[in-house]
Write a protein that binds this ligand. Structure first.
Ligand SMILES: *[C@@H]1O[C@H](CO)[C@@H](O)[C@H](O)[C@H]1NC(C)=O
Length: 257
């Protein structure tokens, strides 16, 4: 859910983070997350239809044909076979599965494809923090690509408005409305780079590269967490992606600092 929490004297930012007792998804901020929510709702529709149908059939059969009912003795000899009904209750579930499979595969391939990203960021998982490299940009002082580590802010050091176990010292800053690619790997064990409202979740496997991409459709701060058990401090290596305006002033101030 979007909540107004991060408040500075100079700016106010929308945060996308989990809420206590939240049941549904976080608000989506990328086209892929939009697709994931739509597929979820679509499948949920079938789920409700099946649930109602099966419960109704079960209930009415128990009610009408329990052992002491009249119907039980009369109807039972006609109920051994019914080719038509058998055909229907075999084919209907199969058709429902097909109806689910098509949009599901469509989304799966859409998520897998990374076409022509405008910017690439390398993400490396560590026990227990992330490091990021902006390979498209060179740091003038060090004549190397811009890179930094990103650690969780410990509870004692939180400032008012910051989120416990979710805030980091260095955020991943990206321009809004831009196709960004993350290339994800790990330095030690398997981690998982996940940001719910951007629809990101990808394994960080040592010795291998995985890629994923997203477009942030609105400015804001998006919180995520490592999503693969990676050791004792698995719960303390959050991810914060900050989408900022493409206006030169905002985005480039990040790289010149
Ligand atoms: C990432 O890489 C690993 C290992 O190479 C693979 O098992 C996994 O399916 C890949 N993709 C995602 C989305 O995690």
């Amino acid at each position: 859910m979007v909540q107004l929490l991060n408040w500075n004297v100079s700016s106010m930012v929308w945060n996308d983070a989990p809420e206590p007792w939240q049941i549904g998804f976080q608000d989506s901020a990328s086209p892929i997350m939009e697709g994931i929510q739509e597929l979820h709702d679509q499948i949920f529709f079938y789920l409700i239809v099946v649930l109602v149908l099966v419960s109704w059939m079960l209930g009415s059969i128990l009610y009408k044909f329990h052992s002491s009912s009249e119907n039980n003795r009369i109807r039972y000899k006609y109920l051994n076979h019914g080719t038509l009904i058998e055909l229907i209750w075999t084919l209907t579930p199969a058709l429902i599965l097909v109806a689910i499979a098509f949009p599901s595969f469509k989304l799966l391939y859409l998520m897998d494809e990374v076409i022509d990203p405008a910017m690439t960021i390398k993400v490396n998982g560590h026990q227990w923090y992330w490091d990021y490299q902006y390979s498209d940009y060179v740091d003038d002082q060090h004549e190397d690509s811009i890179a930094f580590d990103s650690y969780m802010v410990p509870t004692e050091e939180l400032e008012p408005g910051q989120l416990r176990l979710l805030e980091v010292d260095n955020r991943v800053v990206v321009p809004v409305d831009t196709h960004i690619r993350f290339i994800v790997s790990s330095a030690d064990v398997i981690h998982s780079f996940a940001v719910p409202s951007l629809g990101l979740k990808i394994d960080a496997v040592p010795g291998r590269l995985n890629q994923t991409s997203f477009i942030a459709q609105r400015e804001g701060v998006y919180y995520g967490q490592c999503s693969e058990l990676c050791g004792v401090w698995h719960g303390f290596m959050p991810i914060v992606v900050e989408a900022v305006s493409r206006t030169v002033r905002y985005f480039h101030s990040f790289f010149s600092s």
